[in-house]
Design a protein around this ligand. Structure first.
Ligand code: ADP
Length: 477
């Protein structure tokens, strides 16, 4: 069985968020199961300088609209293919700057989706399963069922939704770029309120749809979480399942992490206190004993920054220190900068993307605050738990699947959860956590509970492989 996973980002090559972690680790884990899985990515700026790529010598011609683009195919260790087209991918960022998305994103990812299929032809690699991820690759299942039907008649397609909030919606005129028959511009396929929707194309035409947690698979069928696609998803409810992401236990391991000032594990957590002292000093917090609350993630409205900002003054009245590490929307950066000026002694604002610092924040914080409006799976709560940092989070999507709310009677639980999306619910939850924090014995028990959790990839990779096998059987009859 040959699998081709297609994505717009993957570690170790390029990363803007959780998708990259998931793609990079999933491919490794599936290959560990002795399945021939390969990955296709755009060749972004800088990858060639950092990795020893092999020029396959193959050149493909990819029509987008009325123009033909030439692309070169590079490979890395025979398991990753890169599509090189500098006009589209030799840029500072992946999808856009803090001012907004690149205006030619429709061009870029229509090109990429088609180029992947052309590349398969050129390389003579006919996958049994094409596993597509998020809107950037949503056209592939539709291409497989239309323009490329002949060459991929025995290929099954899987569409994985990592985040329904991003759908790749473009003006109807972009339909001309796809080269698809205008008859396909219908609500059953790609049309979405007069525009085209690339993720919808994937959802409606893939043989199977997955998302990244069981709970999110249910949530997206509702109007509240469906982003306008809940009707389409309900229609395919029998072909949708949730497979939870894992984290990379080699990368995120406090016992062997060279990026943190002191190592520790579940048998001896003294190193964690040293990590905290280091972090407190690094951030110049005045009160060195205060509970330390970390936040790591994209600064977008999805992450619940608004309900956090709505209660910021009250949060600081509880005498906590807060570290924020994130990058995202310029308006949020601006607002946070204003707040940081007001609280120089207890708020450390770090706008930017910094992997090394992220390790220190996960290791040194007491709690990780995740007030997300929605969270398909969420990796930060799992990473935090690995480092004995207790999630204080909204029970949504994968968070509800991976964090167990603390029960003060039984002492069971791995975090503090709230349900209502509001500043007051967040405040109550954080207050509850701070209250338990003052009891050293109880707190240590939660920390240990967290560190004992296992969110490894092995089980999930096996679930993907089982799904691939089922689909291959279906397609080949
Ligand atoms: P999402 O995919 O919505 O961005 P996830 O929780 O699934 O959120 O994954 C986020 C990943 O990106 C985690 O590995 C987190 O540590 C990392 N990350 C996010 N923002 C930053 C940042 N500013 N600096 C370093 N790492 C970050």
């Amino acid at each position: 069985m040959k699998i081709l996973i297609v994505a717009s980002e993957a570690i170790p090559f390029v990363k803007t968020g959780g998708l990259a972690d998931v793609m990079g680790t999933l491919i490794r884990e599936i290959r560990n199961l002795k399945v021939d899985a390969r990955l296709a990515l755009p060749l972004y700026r800088g990858i060639k300088d950092r990795f020893d790529l092999n020029d396959t010598g193959h050149e493909i011609t990819v029509p987008v609209g009325n123009k033909n683009y030439t692309a070169k195919i590079f490979s890395y260790k025979d398991s990753v293919f890169f599509i090189e087209c500098n006009e589209f991918f030799d840029r500072e960022e992946l999808y856009g700057t803090s001012e907004g998305d690149y205006p030619d994103n429709a061009h870029r990812f229509i090109f990429f989706s088609r180029a992947v299929l052309e590349a398969c032809d050129a390389l003579g690699f006919k996958p049994d399963v094409l596993h597509c991820n998020d809107w950037q690759t949503g056209l592939i299942p539709l291409y497989v069922k239309s323009i490329y039907k002949k060459s991929f008649s025995k290929t099954a397609t899987v569409m994985t939704i990592h985040n329904l909030g991003y759908q790749g919606i473009f003006p109807a005129s972009a339909m001309l770029l796809t080269g698809l028959d205008m008859e396909l511009f219908t609500p059953k396929t790609i049309e979405f309120y007069g525009q085209i929707n690339l993720l919808k194309a994937g959802i409606t035409t893939a043989d199977f749809v997955t998302t990244v947690s069981t709970n999110y698979a249910k949530e997206i069928l509702s109007e509240q979480y469906g982003f306008g696609l809940d009707g389409v998803l309900r229609h395919r409810a029998h072909d949708i399942t949730g497979i939870i992401n894992g984290i990379d236990y080699k990368e995120w391991n406090p016992a062997e992490d060279d990026l943190i000032p002191a190592k520790f594990d579940v048998r001896d957590i003294t190193g964690k206190a040293k990590c905290k002292s280091y972090l407190v000093k690094e951030c110049s917090f005045k009160n060195r004993k205060a509970p330390l609350v970390g936040m790591v993630g994209r600064l977008s409205s999805q992450k619940g920054i608004d309900i956090f900002m709505g209660v910021i003054d009250r949060i600081f009245s509880y005498g906590v220190n807060v570290i924020i590490l994130g990058k995202g929307e310029e308006a949020i950066h601006k607002e946070l900068r204003g707040i940081a000026k007001k609280y120089p002694d207890c708020l450390s604002l770090n706008i930017g993307y910094d992997e090394t610092f992220a390790h220190r924040v996960y290791a040194g914080s007491d709690m990780l605050l995740i007030p997300s409006k929605y969270e398909p799976c969420g990796l930060t709560q799992m990473i935090a738990m690995r480092y004995g940092t207790v999630p204080v989070a909204r029970a949504t999507g994968g968070i509800a699947d991976t964090v167990e709310d603390y029960n003060h009677l039984s002492g069971k639980g791995t975090g503090f959860l709230f349900t209502e999306y509001s500043s007051s619910a967040l405040e109550e939850c954080l207050k509850r956590a701070i209250c338990v924090y003052t009891d050293e014995t109880k707190w240590k028990k939660i920390v240990i509970n967290c560190m004992r959790q296992r969110f490894s990839w092995e089980k999930s990779a096996k679930e993907y492989v089982a799904l691939y096998r089922k689909l291959v059987r279906k397609v080949t009859g």
